[in-house]
Design a protein around this ligand. Structure first.
Ligand SMILES: [Zn+2]
Ligand SMILES: [Zn+2]
Length: 87
């Protein structure tokens, strides 16, 4: 009787793991085209070359639509996300 019950009690979206355990990757700076190291948790990064702000697109996709984003990635990360995205 416990077939579809939540796996380990923790809700997790695809991508949520990348936010909880950020990994670095390189993307081209939209301004100067230089390689910029960005982290999969969506932290904004400043380009060494031109000083422009670079954010990995789609990194926080889970948080955009997930009702349980706070559970998915943890309250701390979630609040950081809200901080970064408020105007
Ligand atoms: Zn989620
Ligand atoms: Zn740049």
């Amino acid at each position: 009787m416990d077939d579809k019950k939540s796996v380990t009690g923790v809700h997790g979206c695809p991508g949520a793991d990348d936010i909880k355990n950020p990994k670095p990757s390189y993307i081209p700076c939209p301004k100067c085209g230089g390689d910029v190291e960005v982290w999969s948790d969506g932290e904004q990064t400043v380009c060494d070359e031109c000083g422009g702000t670079v954010t990995q697109e789609g990194a926080l996709a889970c948080l955009e639509w997930c009702e349980k984003a706070e559970e998915c990635v943890g309250g701390e990360k979630y609040r950081k996300y809200l901080e970064q995205n408020k105007k």
